[in-house]
Design a protein. Structure first.
Length: 140
């Protein structure tokens, strides 16, 4: 058996899920008639990246099921600036966490220890009420 690296759920999101979301968003935006340069500006990448997303050369390691693709298509219609892009990306990531899709993808790409369950490690559930929030300097 080949040893897989141990990655945190957040690393799975960064390395695999967000690129796959961008790929799907770029495809739907292009279907809506948007130009590659406009899609690139909204998603904060260059036009070459959009070309790679739409030709399946980038962000292709994760395939989403039809229900998730419908959610991504909804998001593609709602994205009109960088703030709405952030909002919709976060909504999609929450959806993937809450439906345990993140866990399924996590198991594909990393060696997960026995007993790794979302409710045990808290990767997508609210922290208990007695937990104090983190304070970050410069943030209100």
């Amino acid at each position: 058996m080949v040893n897989k690296p141990l990655l945190h759920p957040q690393e799975i999101e960064v390395f695999y899920i967000i690129p796959a979301l961008r790929r799907s968003l770029a495809r739907y935006m292009k279907q809506q008639g948007m130009k590659q340069k406009d899609i690139a500006a909204l998603l904060g990448v260059n036009t070459a990246a959009i070309s790679q997303y739409t030709s399946n050369k980038r962000g292709h390691k994760v395939e989403f099921d039809e229900a998730i693709l419908q959610e991504i298509q909804k998001s593609a219609q709602l994205i009109e600036d960088k703030i709405s892009y952030f909002r919709e990306t976060q909504r999609l990531l929450r959806y993937l966490r809450q439906t345990n899709v993140l866990c399924q993808i996590h198991k594909q790409f990393t060696g997960i220890p026995a007993g790794c369950e979302p409710q045990i490690i808290g990767c997508h559930h609210r922290l208990p009420e007695q937990t104090s929030p983190l304070t970050i300097r410069g943030c209100a």
